[in-house]
Ligand binder design. Sequence first.
Ligand code: FAD
Length: 317
Amino acid sequence: MSVIDKIKNAKGPLFTFELLPPLKGHSIERIYAAIDRLIEFQPAYINFTTHRNEITYKERADGLLEKRVTRLRPGTIALAAAVKYKYNITVVPHILCGGFTKEETENVLIEMNFLNIDDVLALRGDPQRGSRIFIPEKEGHRYTDELVRQIVNMNKGRYLEESLEEKSSTNFCIGVAGYPEKHSEAPNMNSDIQNLKRKVEAGASYIVTQMFFDNGKYFRFRDECKKHGIDIPLIPGIKPVSALNDIKMLPQTFHIDLPDDLVMAVQKCTSDKDAREVGIEWATMQSKELISNGVPGIHYYTLGRSDNIARIVSAAF
Ligand code: FAD
């Protein structure tokens, strides 16, 4: 069953979570261990992030720098398929505009179709590391609404090569990202929501939000989306603080604000373990309030660790 059908048929809020593919060279067993810890809570589906190629520089013996293009976390589709068939669960791989041509995207979607993976989260991806602006591939997409349109076209049996014979239609259910605190590049919230609407009009069925730590921001965003005529499910994304440094790293990386009470509670901690306890308590409080306010589900950003998520879900759901 697709994500949107699961949301529509659910009797209560869905529990879902996101995992990152292991770093190159690491084993898939780590992923299985993270899932094993959470499977008893009956996740409705599991998302798998995609990581574009990165440019790295290595100093050679002669002192010159050698440029390398490498993907640090390869294997999203294969990983999603392995998990789908091992656990008999719906999986949602992420696909990106950044780093991919339309042709490469089409090929990834064909692979997913062959593997019976019918759900996808469509994203633009961030600018290449070291660059301030997002530069699409020459034959790639600049914005996610274009990517959504490509997927919808395949659902209608329209491939890039129009002269293809015997074209079969795909059946992808498409999710997209939304930002309760605005996307960092958008000039203001209003234009960001207009752009979110473009993704919905292009064919997205649901929205997953960027992490936030103040539920008021999600509720205001939900109201704004409604005012703009966006009426598809808006799934809140929750990330528990899990280390002392998170109060610096999370705002820097994700362009979000942390509430005073949370910052002060983490500042009082003397170890990552204590900060992790604060994070569990905060995310549990957030989850309970979101659930009592009728959200369709809660999507947890695990960053590969699942023990804290297990405690939050067992307390909140
Ligand atoms: P878009 O919707 O394309 O928006 C990007 C910016 O352009 C926004 O400022 C928007 O207002 C503006 N915009 C959009 N459309 C238009 C238009 N038609 N004309 C003019 N302006 C426009 N990144 C990864 O690399 N891998 C992942 O797996 C991944 N997973 C994620 C999962 C979730 C739930 C979320 C919230 C984010 C994820 N990201 C991931 C990060 C994401 O790629 C970045 O936040 C990226 O900068 C924006 O992606 P987007 O799809 O929201 O972009």
